[in-house]
Design a protein around this ligand. Sequence first.
Ligand code: GRF
Length: 228
Amino acid sequence: MARRKVAVLISGRGSNLAALIAACAAPDFPAQIALVVANRADAAGLAHATRAGIPTRVIPHRDYAARADFDAALDRALQAAGIELVCLAGFMRLLGDAFVERWRDRMINIHPSLLPAFRGLDTHARALAAGVRVHGCTVHFVRPAMDAGPVIVQAAVPVRPGDDAERLAARVLAAEHEAYPLALRLVAAGAARVEGERVVLAGPPPVPRAAVPGTVAAPVVIWRGDAD
Ligand code: GRF
């Protein structure tokens, strides 16, 4: 099986990167992580890549006067590594429209809310302030507008009485670690395609059995019931 070559872009902790690395270890996973790029040398997540023997690059955005120059350096690194798909995983740097268009339908992002609700930062506190009963995360193809683009996978979690932003964030993060590998699997296998700015799942989706008790995995939605 030919595995698609993936780059994961991070800025910090890298727990989603770790989840993707773990998923790629499965022999039938249709992608391999060929490069991890951070825009900060102190991104803790780089250690996950190093431990797994994955090449890393640090491209500090502060080294570039213009956004386009940073984007060009990033693009060169991706091309040099033969990258076919890009995963943004806590990458806290806005990419220019030209870069985004260049990687159109080949670049995906994870956002900690059920988009289109709560784009931007502080999603968990804002979800609590809004009083929503259900919160979660979204993996989507990247478009020039921030936190916008065709939805590949969403994972929903309950908002519980007594939740604070930290507790809710932890529950969502556990769901992220299931949703992102599932989305990458669908995209890398060619099973998730964009048609008319919506994602269509082609053929029988290669959905793994849910790993967490109380979780039911479906092609595009994971509902986390009692699992915390
Ligand atoms: C995650 O919550 C992700 O949804 C958001 O940034 C956070 C990154 O966490 N885009 P990590 O670095 O993957 O642990």
